[in-house]
Write a protein that binds this ligand. Structure first.
Ligand code: ADP
Length: 387
């Protein structure tokens, strides 16, 4: 009896042992599965957070560059890559390999020593690009340097605007100073006694009058430019008969053309334009004025139009004057640009006529350009919406 009982207890014990091990095994398996799911979930969440962070940095207009303590790239956003024209994977590359400007390495060094570098301006090699840089050192709890974060702000547009404004002010001052000093000089000479000679007086007064007229013209042109550039000019668009417009403009210039024996010719086209009459008169006025001013004695000025590309009216004004060298053709529309400064000033030019033309045509949604052959002549073209 006892051996049987002992055997039963022994077998029972073994069965219990295996049952217990199997239960433990199952629990361990389910725990492992749970841990794996949890890890996967955490990995997915951190990948999502990283993607969100990348999207955030890539949507910034500022360039962001994060360097490790050995000055290797840890992170760079899209704006940074565009600013420095870098391609491919930047992570792990040395700073000077990515940014070929030693000033940036200097800024990183200073940020490491001083903690921060604020609003440092930088002109990129190759010119015409300016950046503002802010840099901060990243330090650990033990104040050990872990890396540097740099933020680049593109100043190119502001710098170019600043330069244009400075040039404009310098040009205006120069243009005002010349006639003013002539007026002053001749007036002083008259007051000093020259007025006793009637012939001299007349000649001097004529010079004074010519320069006052030049000043007036310059101020009018400057006001027009400033109005057009401010975008405050409201165009009074209406359908205009192109041919009638040309006849009207030609009648204003008959006398001036006759003085140089220039023939004003009109090729009728029967087209209508949608334009502001006063502004369009200014366009024609400036172009015909130039064609006569720079045209040759005994030459001709021809105006016509046709329907060009994009179903727009394409007008032309052709002269047979000295022409414009090809390198100057695109520049004649810039404010104060003149091919021959002395000739323009002698002829009473302000250097603003074509820039006014360009503004007006563009405000109508059109384009203006010129073709020319030196010694043969120049043709100015502009487009307008059909009325
Ligand atoms: P300006 O008051 O000097 O005439 P514009 O802006 O009207 O100023 O013209 C700019 C320059 O373009 C002129 O100084 C002149 O050198 C050149 N130019 C303009 N029109 C003609 C033309 N029809 N033939 C030759 N040169 C021209």
């Amino acid at each position: 009896m006892w051996p049987t009982l002992t055997l039963l207890v022994f077998v029972g014990g073994i069965a219990l042992h295996f049952w217990w091990r199997a239960k433990l095994g199952r629990e361990r398996e389910s725990w492992r599965a749970e841990v794996a799911t949890q890890t996967n979930r955490e990995q997915a969440a951190s990948a999502e957070a990283l993607a969100r962070q990348d999207a955030l940095f890539d949507s910034m207009i500022e360039g962001v560059l994060v360097l490790d303590e050995a000055r290797r790239v840890e992170f760079a956003n899209r704006a940074f890559a565009q600013m420095f024209g870098t391609t491919g994977i930047l992570r792990g590359r040395a700073l000077l390999e990515v940014v070929r400007a030693h000033e940036v390495a200097e800024i990183v060094k200073r940020a490491g020593a001083e903690g921060r570098v604020v609003d440092q301006e930088l002109e990129l090699p190759g010119g015409e690009r300016w950046l503002q840089v802010n840099a901060s050192a990243l330090t650990g709890a033990d104040r050990r340097l872990l890396g540097t974060i740099l933020v680049f702000h593109d100043l190119t547009r502001i710098k170019k605007l600043e330069r244009t404004r400075e040039e404009f002010v310098a040009n205006v001052s120069h243009e005002l100073r010349t006639p003013l000093s002539l007026i002053k000089g001749y007036t002083e000479t008259l007051l000093d006694g020259a007025k006793s000679d009637p012939e001299v007086t007349t000649r001097f007064l004529q010079t004074i009058e010519r320069n006052s007229a030049r000043l007036q013209l310059l101020i009018e042109d400057l006001l027009t430019i400033s109005q057009l550039e401010s975008g405050r000019v409201a165009l009074n668009l209406r359908p205009l008969a192109f041919d009638a417009m040309v006849e009207k403009v030609f009648s204003d210039f008959t006398e001036r053309a006759a003085k140089k024996q220039i023939a004003l010719r009109h090729e009728p086209c029967g087209l209508m334009a949608s334009a502001d009459e006063v502004r369009l008169q200014q366009v024609f006025g400036n172009l015909v004025d130039n064609a006569i001013k720079y045209g040759r004695v005994g030459g001709s000025v021809i105006i016509g139009a046709r329907i060009g590309g994009g179903e727009k009216l394409e007008a032309f004004i052709r002269d047979d004057g000295p022409g414009i060298p090809s390198e100057s053709l695109a520049r004649v529309f810039e404010r104060f640009y003149r091919v021959d400064k002395a000739r323009s000033r002698d002829a009473g030019g302000t250097g603003l006529g074509l820039s006014i033309v360009k503004h007006i045509v563009q405000s109508h949604g059109g384009e203006v350009w010129a073709t020319s052959e030196v010694g043969v002549g120049t043709t100015f073209f502009f487009t307008l919406p059909v009325g």
